[in-house]
Design a protein around this ligand. Structure first.
Ligand code: KG4
Ligand code: ZN
Length: 350
């Protein structure tokens, strides 16, 4: 079966074709493999960079312009056009952006007379891992770190989620983006800041590790961002174009390490309590090379299997959305596609 994955929750237009072993949307196989036939992503960095962040209406306009060319490219690259199922991100995300993807999916489903399945974006990030390894063993502890979310989720089986904790304020990616802005590093902040951090000393600045010793599994990153702001105000570190440059690299490395410490500490504590067979990392921040390296090392020491997506599958893409559809038990296929709608605040666990 071939699944078309459509992702437009934020500022990346993602269209992918994924082939899985199940012969049809109704004949589901738990241990099936998925193969990415094409995974086209149209980035909007140039559009949003002058504003220092994503502008929702501009994002929607760019999705509208790019979505059809992306589909054409995806179909051409896959060299297969027989699509059995359309999977589209319903939420969470920016409402204007989500609406473009959902309406595009509905139009295709009507034209092609194919079923649609609506997908939670967070679930997409989690299932990016199944594209690498279809034999992930349950129970799985998932750390989802993106621009909009930071969550620790326990997964007992496909589609069965228990939210253990989440951020009470900024998401980890959001904190990376805001701190990058404070340091004058531009947009998108996370990848640029992590590049600067490579050249810095992570012990140069003494920054807090918020909520690290709290008994729960919640996170908070806004205080960490404020701690960086104070250092900027006290002129201990300035924007990147003011000397000494090394201070910016050092601050980037110190901030990054503070985030990594909290994420790893809480994940390990949850692992000790819930005893998962596998720990997975996912979301845009999972593209951070230092987080990948340190987390893999610490989890290997625990003797638990560790899984993370390929770097290019960490940030938003259509293949991860198709992957969720492939592994959905008893998928709820929308017969009357016209009723399908976006939900900017969609929750993974009610
Ligand atoms: O998952 P994603 O593509 O979109 C959301 O669902 O939010 O994640 C985007 C987030 C941004 O905040 C971006 O700065 C962050 O992921 N990010 C990174 C890196 N690459 C992307 N953060 C830290 N280090 C990176 N290498
Ligand atoms: Zn995302």
């Amino acid at each position: 079966m071939i699944i078309l994955g459509i992702e437009t929750s934020c500022d990346d237009t993602g269209i992918a074709l994924v082939e899985c072993d199940s012969p049809s949307p109704r004949l589901w196989r738990a241990k099936q493999k998925c193969r990415i036939l094409s995974n086209i992503i149209s980035s909007q960095i140039k559009i949003h960079a002058p504003f220092g962040g994503v502008v929702p209406n501009l994002a929607a306009r760019a999705h509208l312009k790019n979505i059809e060319p992306c589909l054409k490219q995806a179909l051409k690259q896959a060299e297969k056009v027989k699509i059995d199922l359309i999977a589209v991100t319903k939420g969470p995300g920016l409402a204007p952006s989500l609406l473009i993807g959902v309406n595009f999916a509905k139009a295709l489903a009507y034209q092609w007379q194919k079923p649609i399945i609506d997908i939670n974006h967070i679930e997409g990030h989690i299932y990016a891992n199944w594209l690498n390894n279809p034999k992930i063993e349950f129970p799985v502890l998932c750390l989802v770190v993106s621009g909009g979310h930071t969550q620790l989720i326990l997964m007992k089986d496909h589609g069965k989620y228990q939210l253990l904790g989440e951020t009470r304020d900024d998401a980890a990616g959001e904190a990376f983006d805001k701190v990058a802005k404070l340091l004058g590093l531009g947009y998108p902040g996370g990848p640029i800041l992590s590049q600067k951090a490579l050249k810095g000393d992570s012990s140069a600045f003494d920054l807090p590790r918020p909520m690290i010793h709290n008994k729960d599994y919640d996170f908070s990153f806004s205080g960490l961002k404020t701690a960086v702001l104070y250092k900027v105000r006290q002129n201990e570190v300035g924007p990147q174009n003011t000397e000494p440059f090394q201070h910016v690299n050092n601050m980037a490395a110190s901030f990054q390490q503070a985030v990594i410490d909290v994420l790893i500490y809480k994940t390990i504590r949850a692992a000790k309590q819930y005893k998962p067979k596998t720990i997975i990392l996912s979301g845009g921040v999972a593209a951070n090379s230092e987080l990948r390296k340190q987390m893999e090392e610490k989890i290997n020491n625990l003797g638990i299997k560790f899984q993370m997506p390929d770097i290019k599958l960490c940030t938003d893409n259509g293949a991860m959305i198709a992957a969720v559809a492939a592994y959905k038990k008893k998928p709820v296929l929308k017969r009357n596609q016209l009723h399908l709608s976006a939900n900017a605040n969609l929750k993974l666990v009610a």
